[in-house]
Design a protein around this ligand. Structure first.
Ligand code: GCW
Length: 683
């Protein structure tokens, strides 16, 4: 049974407003061939199926549908890269050739983007051929959406944008219009896979795998038209929960047989199904440990079930003891993923991808990269990012995450290989590519993402998964050019610098008034929003800062601490090991230091904490002024509702930032008794 819970709100078009498509829709165009994505391309352009290429100024095709160069009006066909596209511009036409239908559609959106960016920069693309290949084969968004509203977590776990676009009232929505609009937005960024339910799989959601398959197929049908595959999060206990077996032991043949037939049924309903996403033995989710089996046993058993159909298991490395005794100083949550998984390198089947959070803890605004990414060269790896702003301002604070993601992707973990190249299959141990996944920030909110400016994070994720060498500033320009494509030229020229002022340094600013120097957390337990310096200090979650009257930080050195620093390859193990060489922004992640410890800036740790919290809040003045400078464009370049929402969020951000500043500054004054040399007020 499904409900029609469509809510009549005007949904903001995000980065695909009609104005962005209009310049292409005005051209005589032809789309060759057919198939779900080519049909979508045709509908986007309003091209008629019989349009001839002879007089088309824009031609879109998949290479396999192109007989001869002349059939698309060219003298020669380019080498279209695998999974990617070529855009050929001649004096009288633009030809988009995709490696297949989905790639052709993405190529069309690339032209939309180029046209918009040309308007912003004033530089039109000249004749020639541009080839574009995805750096990562897997470019996926994970939804932590529950079908039924969860009593504690709500409908979307860590969601800050209203309800789910997929589910309402305990059912898959009858009206999937929002899902289609979402698929369209994602296709334009290059995203090619979506996990449609929460990795914490509760009872109702587990059944998507069995009696929910009809609804799953409806969702897959929508995404198919945009070249996006779907994955399901499954409960490792499914054979017991759904199959009536008394075990979920991965080495039990009955269990394996149950999964094999479950997979058969899924593929009968969804032939292009991506596979299973699994959170096992983590935060209360069931897993192979209950049967004394390893995570490789568990993952490989599921992989065997999917293999005949070409499916993939995305197995998460986020496994740690969430019932730690805070008195126990030997257990270090940061070590857990490496300790569990590094010894298993080389034992996972080749249709298993191990999905690793970027940091060893949990999506903090500042963490080192996870050493797991350098420790498993014989395992397919995917990097997991968080677009939803759980710990980065919950879509109430502006926090443009692209600069941080770019840093992670470009980080040379062993001194030589970047994280992007490792997950793209160049890790040196022969494992094929995994890719990049991220938790989505989308809900049924009228702006998709709560804070309208948080749309830029969703956009940037897809773009950086496609090409991690793009700069965060260029990606922001693209987003501005598309989102404000309807703005008059001179207005657009004002929107651009104002938004850069608001967004470029926003992540650093957020870091500036929240937890200092990489120590992390200090957030309100449960919601993870707002400050609570000691909120997790005596909790079982393994997230401590150890502040006392003399100092703060976690000793993770090999010499005197938990040994986490030793999980890195050189040169990072040495760099992080020593207080002298550890970068200041990670100092308290790796070391416990006295408040009087002097940083590279010449300030003591405690004075740095005092100053940067206050400076960061002062920096919000520039942000607010930049937005205010666009006030006369509200109602024209900037929609009224967009402006109203941004203002409401900026007000909330200031109030929250002030709270962070005052609580953190006062906490350290009270703890340390060291006066703030700036003389600013502490409480
Ligand atoms: O960051 C934590 C979140 C949990 C989440 C978990 C995970 C889905 O607080 O809500 O659960 O990470 O990544 O599995």
């Amino acid at each position: 049974m499904t409900h029609d819970n469509a809510v009549a709100v005007t949904v903001h078009p995000a980065w695909l407003p009609d104005a962005a498509l209009a310049p292409l829709r005005e051209l005589p165009s032809a789309v060759l061939g057919s198939g779900p994505c080519l049909d979508t391309a045709r509908a986007e352009l309003g091209a008629s199926p019989s349009a001839s290429t002879a007089d088309a100024a824009l031609v879109v095709a998949a290479v396999s549908d192109v007989g001869s160069p002349a059939s698309v009006g060219l003298t020669q066909l380019p080498e279209v890269p695998a999974g990617g596209h070529a855009i050929v511009r001649t004096a009288d036409r633009t030809v988009v050739l995709g490696a297949d239908g989905p790639a052709a559609l993405r190529g069309l959106y690339a032209v939309v983007r180029e046209v918009a960016v040309a308007r912003l920069s004033g530089v039109a693309p000249g004749p020639g051929t541009v080839l574009s290949a995805p750096e990562q084969p897997l470019r996926m968004l994970d939804h932590w959406d529950n079908v039924a509203v969860h009593p504690v977590m709500g409908q979307v776990e860590r969601g800050y944008s209203g309800g789910s676009i997929f589910y309402a009232d305990g059912e898959v929505r009858a009206d999937l219009t929002r899902v289609r609009d979402y698929a369209r937005l994602l296709a334009a960024t290059g995203v090619e896979a979506v996990g449609i339910n929460n990795v914490n799989v509760h009872a109702r959601e587990a059944r998507l795998l069995t009696d929910g398959l009809g609804d799953v197929a409806r969702i897959a049908d929508v995404f198919r038209g945009y070249g996006i595959r779907i994955f399901l999060s499954v409960s490792f206990a499914s054979p017991r929960l759904l199959g009536g077996l008394d075990s979920a032991d991965p080495l039990d043949p009955d269990v394996a047989a149950w999964w094999a037939s479950a997979a058969d049924r899924v593929y009968a309903a969804v032939p292009d199904f991506g596979g299973f996403l699994v959170k096992a033995d983590s935060e209360g989710q069931p897993g192979p440990f209950a049967y004394g089996r390893s995570h490789a046993d568990g993952a490989n058993m599921l992989a065997a079930a999917l293999r005949p159909h070409g499916g993939t298991v995305l197995w998460r490395a986020f496994v740690y003891n969430h019932r730690q005794d805070w008195r126990d100083r030997r257990t270090d949550r940061a070590r857990a993923a490496y300790d569990h998984f590094a010894p298993l390198d080389g034992t996972f089947d080749d249709n298993v991808v191990l999905q690793v959070k970027h940091g060893p803890m949990d999506f903090q605004v500042r963490e080192p990269l996870s050493p797991v990414l350098a420790a498993m060269p014989r395992t397919r790896l995917a990097l997991e990012l968080q677009v939803t702003q759980e710990y980065t301002g919950q879509q109430r604070h502006v926090c443009y995450l692209a600069p941080a993601w770019r840093e992670y992707l470009g980080f040379r973990l062993d001194g030589a290989r970047s994280v992007a190249s490792i997950v793209a299959g160049a890790g040196g141990g022969g494992a094929p590519a995994g890719g990049v996944a991220a938790v989505s920030n989308v809900g049924d909110d009228e702006f998709w993402t709560g804070h309208p400016l948080a749309q830029a994070n969703l956009y940037a994720f897809g773009r950086l998964a496609w090409d991690s060498t793009l700069t965060a500033e260029d990606v922001l320009d693209e987003w501005i050019a598309l989102t404000f494509a309807g703005a008059a030229g001179p207005d657009l020229a004002r929107v651009r610098p104002a938004l850069h002022e608001v967004m470029d340094g926003s992540c650093q600013r957020y870091e500036g008034y929240t937890a200092p120097l990489g120590v992390g957390f200090m957030v309100t337990p449960g919601t993870h929003g707002g400050p609570s310096v000691d909120g997790y200090e005596y909790s079982p979650w393994g997230t401590y800062h150890f502040a006392d009257r003399d100092g703060i930080g976690v000793d993770r050195s090999s010499a005197t601490g938990t040994g986490f620093a030793g999980q890195f390859p050189s040169p990072w193990r040495e760099t992080y090991e020593s207080v002298e060489t550890c970068p200041d922004e990670l100092l308290l992640f790796f070391h416990h230091v006295p408040y009087s410890h002097v940083l590279g800036s010449g300030k003591t740790v405690v004075q740095h904490i005092y100053d940067s919290r206050a400076d960061a809040v002062e920096g919000l003045g520039g942000v607010e002024a930049a937005w205010e400078s666009l006030a006369d464009l509200v109602g024209s370049a900037v929609p009224v509702a967009f402006d109203a929402r941004v203002r409401e969020r900026l007000d909330g951000q200031r109030a929250s930032a002030v709270e962070w500043r005052d609580q953190v500054r006062s906490y350290f004054w009270r703890k340390s008794g060291v006066k703030d040399a700036s003389g600013r007020v502490v409480y």
